[in-house]
Every structure is written in structure tokens, then in C-alpha cells.
Design a protein around this ligand. Structure first.
Ligand code: UDP
Ligand code: MG
Length: 317
């Protein structure tokens, strides 16, 4: 059996060599035949030069540099498309996901699971706001979008079987969360627990705007709820409007003056605000449709290093 490890890397030049040492120790000790595919997501630092050095030192390491910053989910998609192993593990470069967890993931896979999630039993070294955002995101995924099996403490470290990896390669959609996609795909899923450690060097590349985009991507990819909510809200507001009209009519009949200006302003502001918000929701769905229809490649490879220079293009659509 051969194991492929895929790592998206953005400004990770100091972490990659440490990760290489720990990965190779763990896999060699466990007697695992492995390869490591590093996808440099167009880092401004020397991440790719470090990947290059590692690839020259060890033929099991390959590196690809994307032509621009496509985001870690596109980088993971690109990485999976390059793998050759019977199983593929996706893990970050910052050593928050300890390589020492790999044998436990492989163990579950060898017992027949096709997707194995490494679920965070504990999370170290994260700010309160990061933890709160993460909790909110996974609660929304579970209870609003309806992915009940999504681990509540979150997961971004997992193993997929070759079949699942091939299935993932056949997906051509962009603006989607890879983690949610794997949840949605089904297959035989299992989980193990691990402690997500603090980042070794550097800072998280997940800015607030990237996080917000991930939330909206997750909704638009897996849920029509926002559109349904708009229709429901429209009906409720229209009903309230009719009720108010009835009230005015009756008040006029019994000769009681209804103050016009204030109620008019309230109605106009509330309704036009609601309408704009709804247009915004529609727009979020619409631009993604447009983005899909353009069929731009999901990633572009600027450079590749390693023993297998065969750079696979994104699958044909
Ligand atoms: N990453 C990436 N492109 C980006 C941002 C992050 O490839 O634009 C990589 C990053 O190098 C790391 C993984 O994605 O290996 C997870 O990102 P990070 O550790 O920054 O996020 P967090 O742990 O805060 O979720
Ligand atoms: Mg991290």
C-alpha cells in the first residue's frame, strides 16, 4: 500500500522542514510507503524554494507552485489530482495536525473505512474569536445546512481512499468547501480523535474575509435555505402590510386620524432594506453560477519540482 500526503502551504517555509522530519520519521517507523505532495499556494516567501530543496533531498517529495493564491481548498484539490497512493491524507503545513496521528488514520482505513476524519478532541493555542467563529460555522453546517455527521468541533485533517480521491477529482465545482464536499459524498466514513496543536511558526493564512466567503460558499453549495427564507419573509412582510392596510381602513372609517409620515418612512426603509438584502442573497447564488459558466481552470500551476514531473491539469469539464 502507498500513502499520499497532500499539504497546501501558504507562507510555511519555516514549518515545512520540521514537518518533513516528523512525517518521514512517523511513516518510516510505521513501515508505510509514502509520498508527499506540497502545493505552494503562491506564497510571497520562499516556501517553494524550501519545497524544492526537500524534493531534491528526497524523491518521495514533490512540490507544485500555483500561479496565484487560489486558497487552500483549491490547493488541496490540485494536490489530490497529483497523487498516486491507495489512500490520501490531507493535512496542513503548520503542524497543527501532528503527523504522529497518521498511523491511527491508516489503521481505520485498513479496517475498511473510505473516509477517516481526524476530529479535534482539543484545540490548543487558538484565540477566543477563532474558536467562537469555528464553533458557529460547524453549528450552522450541522443544524442549518443539515450535515448532521459533520464533527461539531470541526475537521480539516482527514484520509480518503483512492476511490474517494478519484471521485473528488471528478468534481469540477469551484467556490465550495472541500470538507463539506467530502461529508456530502458519503462512502464509509469513520473518525478518530486527536489534539489540534498550536501553530508552530507564522500566522494563519485564513483572514476574516476568507472565512466569511467559506460560510457563504458552504450555504450556496449545499443549501437553498436562504432563497426559501427570502420567499417566506416576503410572504410574512406582505401579510403584515395587508393587516396594516386593514387597520388604516378601519381607523379611517371610525374617524381616527392615522399619522402618515412616520409609518410611511418605516415601511419604506424596512421594505427597501429587506429587498436589498434579498437581492444580495440572490446575487451570491448568481455570481457563483456565472463563475461556473466561465469554466476557468480551478488552479494554474506555475512550477513543479520532484521526481514525477507529470503535472495533471484540472479534470476536463
Ligand atoms: N493555506 C493555503 N492558502 C491560503 C491560506 C492557507 O494553502 O490562502 C494553507 C496553510 O499554509 C495551511 C492550511 O492551508 O497549511 C491551513 O491554513 P491555516 O493554518 O493558515 O489556517 P487555520 O489553521 O487557521 O484554519
Ligand atoms: Mg493552521
Amino acid at each position: 500500500m502507498k500513502l499520499s500526503i497532500v499539504t497546501p502551504a501558504y507562507r510555511e517555509s519555516r514549518n515545512l522542514p520540521v514537518m518533513y522530519d516528523r512525517l518521514s520519521t512517523v511513516c518510516n517507523d510505521a513501515g508505510i510507503d509514502w509520498e508527499w505532495v506540497i502545493i505552494d499556494d503562491h506564497s510571497p516567501d520562499n516556501t517553494f524554494a524550501v519545497a524544492h530543496e526537500l524534493a531534491e533531498r528526497d524523491a518521495r517529495v514533490r512540490g507544485l507552485r500555483l500561479a496565484r493564491n487560489f486558497g487552500s481548498h483549491a490547493a488541496i484539490g490540485c494536490g489530490i489530482a497529483q497523487t498516486l497512493g491507495d489512500a490520501v491524507i490531507i493535512m496542513a503545513a503548520d503542524l497543527q495536525d501532528p503527523p504522529e496521528t497518521i498511523p491511527a488514520l491508516v489503521e481505520q482505513w485498513s479496517q475498511g473505512a473510505q473516509v477517516v476524519w481526524a476530529v479535534r478532541a482539543k484545540r490548543e493555542g487558538e484565540s477566543a474569536s477563532t474558536l467562537a467563529f469555528s464553533r458557529l460555522y460547524y453549528a450552522l453546517m450541522r443544524h442549518v445546512i443539515g450535515m448532521k455527521d459533520m464533527p461539531s468541533a470541526g475537521a480539516d485533517f482527514f484520509l480518503v481512499d483512492r476511490r474517494v480521491a478519484d471521485a473528488m477529482n471528478s468534481f469540477t465545482e469551484r467556490n465550495v468547501s472541500i470538507v463539506a464536499l467530502v461529508q456530502w459524498m458519503g462512502f464509509r466514513q469513520a473518525r478518530i480523535e486527536y489534539v489540534k496543536e498550536a501553530r508552530l511558526h507564522g500566522e494563519s493564512g485564513w483572514s476574516l474575509s476568507k472565512k466569511i466567503k467559506l460560510v457563504v460558499d458552504s450555504f450556496t453549495s449545499f443549501s437553498y435555505l436562504p432563497i426559501r427564507a427570502m420567499s417566506a419573509l416576503g410572504v410574512v412582510v406582505a401579510l403584515l402590510g395587508f393587516l396594516y392596510a386593514g387597520y388604516i381602513l378601519v381607523a379611517n372609517l371610525i374617524d381616527r386620524a392615522v399619522p402618515g409620515y412616520a409609518s410611511l418612512m418605516v415601511a419604506i426603509l424596512v421594505l427597501s432594506g429587506l429587498q436589498m438584502a434579498m437581492l444580495g442573497v440572490l446575487g451570491e447564488y448568481l455570481w457563483r453560477v456565472f463563475d461556473e459558466s466561465r469554466r476557468r481552470p480551478r488552479w494554474l500551476v506555475e512550477d513543479a519540482v520532484g521526481s514525477l514531473p507529470e503535472v495533471k491539469e484540472p479534470p476536463a469539464e
